[in-house]
Design a binder for this molecule. Structure first.
Ligand code: MAN
Ligand code: CA
Ligand code: CA
Length: 499
């Protein structure tokens, strides 16, 4: 009866959850006037449509370099128009790279009532801002060994940012993540919906679209309406290149809002505007091709299609490392499942064992008192625990392999970067290949151990019990206990009636 009620409760909770999640369907609309992306990110005159940039920032067709790897550089890029929607999601793809083991100073995403400076004091933008800053702080100014760090800082226009202590007392929330010198671009997805601010981060170790992790979520965040989006970066005594590859904005609308807000007329107007913009872009590309026939042929035919041996090999190695990472993740999940099952059986066994030990011995007249016998021998128990031990050992081996894969990727990337430009050192490549093979072999070994039946490892074939057999015996024992309890209760009830 109790379990039936619990089931009912779980069902109702699930139904409520499903209902609320369907009620809260979010509609996304891509906002091209608040976005930029390659190719042709900047036009031939260097301008980025719908955006303004300044300071040391330079825009090319492929990216915006907000601050180059030279000392004391600052730059920023801002939307021309303030935004005209309340809720949004911004995906920023960037690369922060430098030759030093430590770099500086970092990059910031802004949502503020006014556009900030291009050479301001806070990561290239103005201090005392009104709105939100999401800061990617590379350099550990307060020497607390807690950088690179990602953090959100709110300001109402009155506070000065504490650069010396990395804003540690001013931040709303944040997470410790490394975003420098990654093989693929790093990404941040910043979402502001119904006053909840959520930041996800993609660590750039893979080029998989799905690999975002939660950095933080903060509720009841109040931001001013109609702000500007911006990005800025700065260097100091130390320097990195701060390149942004894209910034993609989507406005977010609840199901109701979505229906009401965009009338048909408005939709038509917007799509017409977008088509005109596309046409203009195509026209400009065509003009450029006509003006520079050789350059375009060279660029299109050579740069897009050519790949040196070294580049190809590096790409293949990164791909296989990504693959290994996927496989280990899967393996990890499976191991967790198996451990869960093992723990269940173990706790069942322990409770049955305790019950058997605690059962009062029933002495029949003329018979000696017999202690209840546990149906599994001591040897079986030992085999079972040793299997469990083996499983835990395998998991820890697996974990250290995952750590090893990450460590090797990082080391190889750092040492490989030393080759400079496109020329890749063949010795480095061989080392890289050997390491990948080594990791692959190790993984294959672990996978084989995982898939082979555990009993066969170190248990003699004659006396071993299989898991099914073990469970059968436990179920039998439980049934007998249950029947005995039932019988005892009936007897007691009858006795009570009698008296
Ligand atoms: C110097 C100063 C700091 C800066 C660091 C790292 O110490 O310019 O402001 O944070 O270098 O660039
Ligand atoms: Ca800092
Ligand atoms: Ca710090």
């Amino acid at each position: 009866m109790i379990s039936f009620r619990i089931n009912l409760l779980v069902c109702s909770i699930l139904c409520i959850l499903v209902n609320t999640s369907t009620q809260q369907t979010v509609h996304r609309r891509f906002e091209y006037k608040y976005s930029f992306k390659p190719p042709y990110l900047a036009q031939k005159d260097g301008s980025v449509p719908f955006w303004e940039y300044g300071g040391n920032a330079i825009a090319s067709g492929e990216s915006v370099r907000l601050a180059p790897s030279l000392r004391s550089q600052k730059g920023a890029i801002w939307t021309k128009q303030p935004i005209n929607f309340d809720w949004w999601e911004v995906d920023v793809m960037f690369k922060i790279t430098g030759r030093g083991r430590i770099g500086a100073d970092g990059l910031a995403f802004w949502y503020t009532t006014q556009r900030g400076d291009y050479t301001g004091d806070v990561f290239g933008s103005s201090d005392r801002w009104n709105g939100l800053a999401v800061i990617f702080d590379s350099f550990d100014n307060d020497n607390k060994h807690n950088n690179p760090y990602i953090m959100a800082v709110l300001n109402d226009g009155t506070k000065n940012f504490d650069h010396k202590s990395d804003g540690s007392t001013q931040l709303l929330s944040g997470c410790l993540r490394d975003f420098r010198n990654k093989p693929f671009p790093t990404r941040a997805r910043i979402e502001f919906y119904m006053n909840t601010l959520t930041v996800y981060f993609h660590n750039g170790l893979t080029n998989n679209e799905e690999d975002y992790e939660l950095c933080f979520r903060a509720e009841n965040v109040q931001l001013p309406r109609g702000g500007f989006f911006g990005l800025s970066a700065a260097t100091g005594g130390l320097a990195d290149d701060h390149d942004v590859i894209h910034l993609l904005t989507s406005s977010l609308h609840s199901a109701q809002q979505g229906g009401q807000q965009i009338s048909n007329d408005e939709q038509q107007k917007l799509s017409q505007e977008y088509q005109e913009y596309q046409k203009k872009l195509e026209q400009q590309k065509e003009d450029y091709r006509k003006e520079h026939p050789d350059e375009m042929r060279d660029k299109d035919e050579m740069e897009d299609w050519f790949e040196s041996d070294g580049q190809r090999e590096l790409r293949q190695i990164f791909q296989s490392l990504s693959h290994i990472q996927d496989v280990t993740r899967e393996l990890h999940k499976k191991v967790d499942e198996v451990i869960g099952k093992q723990m269940n059986s173990l706790s069942m066994l322990s409770s049955v064992y305790t019950q058997s030990q605690g059962q009062p011995a029933q002495a029949q007249p003329g018979q000696a008192v017999q202690m209840p016998q546990f149906p599994i021998t001591r040897h079986d128990w030992e085999v079972f625990t040793s299997n469990n031990q083996l499983m835990i050992q395998t998991v820890s081996e697996l974990k250290s392999f995952v750590v090893e894969v990450n460590r090797k990727t990082d080391t190889l990337l750092t040492t490989g970067g030393g080759g400079g430009g496109n020329g890749v050192n063949p010795q480095f490549l061989n080392e890289l290949r050997d390491n990948v093979h080594q990791v692959k072999n190790s993984l294959a070994g672990v996978a084989q151990r995982m898939s082979s039946p555990m009993q066969s490892q170190n248990c003699p074939s004659v006396t071993c019990v299989s898991t099914a057999m073990l469970l059968l015996v436990i179920s039998g024992q439980l049934l007998v206990l249950f029947l005995y309890q039932w019988y005892k209760e009936r007897k007691e009830a009858q006795a009570k009636k009698f008296f």
